[in-house]
Write a protein that binds this ligand. Sequence first.
Ligand SMILES: Cc1cc2nc3c(=O)[nH]c(=O)nc-3n(C[C@H](O)[C@H](O)[C@H](O)COP(=O)(O)O)c2cc1C
Length: 200
Amino acid sequence: MAKILVLYYSTWGHIETMAGAIAEGAKGVAGSEVTIKRVPETMPEETIKAIHAKTDQAAPIAKPEELAEYDAIIFGTPTRFGNMCGQMRNFLDQTGALWTKGSLIGKVGSVFASTATQHGGQETTITSFHTTLLHQGMVIVGLPYSNPGLTNMDEITGGTPYGATTLSKGDGSRMPSANELTLARAQGKHVAEIAAKLAR
Ligand SMILES: Cc1cc2nc3c(=O)[nH]c(=O)nc-3n(C[C@H](O)[C@H](O)[C@H](O)COP(=O)(O)O)c2cc1C
């Protein structure tokens, strides 16, 4: 039995949708127990309203200390200036007590992301996120090139060997494509398989 947490933040629902696909892939691995949670919102109420953020997200809010309960954590974040979003950063910056105790050492960590534009920093968001996970002693897992969707050149698509990604467009009108969701499911499955091997 491997306990897997899909932990995300999403302003307009793109990463929320990707989180669902990641969880679906992980659930397909026998013995996986998969939970989806969000990190808390940090924007003021008036900003949330002004930018029409998606407020009807069903996933419960996680607490930093509960990360220790899982064998693998798959983190999802929209890109902010080429990096993870502040909501996720704020959450991770409350995991100092876990770091002190070494509570996350040896657990699997994996990251998926979303940008508005094709070259807006998907890779930098994921690889810079990995720095925090390595400080916590986590074992980084990406998305292998054995997934054919990663070499799809027939359409504009997200998807990197570092983790699944999607593209939202500047106005947020583009939702995750079939190719991107397939890659998200593949990442969830890959992480769950490795977590199961490590948990054995
Ligand atoms: C403050 C801010 C900074 C952003 N920075 C970037 C960026 O560097 N590159 C990019 O392509 N998109 C950027 N975006 C767009 C978001 O990444 C995009 O809205 C997000 O991926 C959509 O996912 P979500 O609906 O799950 O929040 C930014 C958005 C905001 C609000």
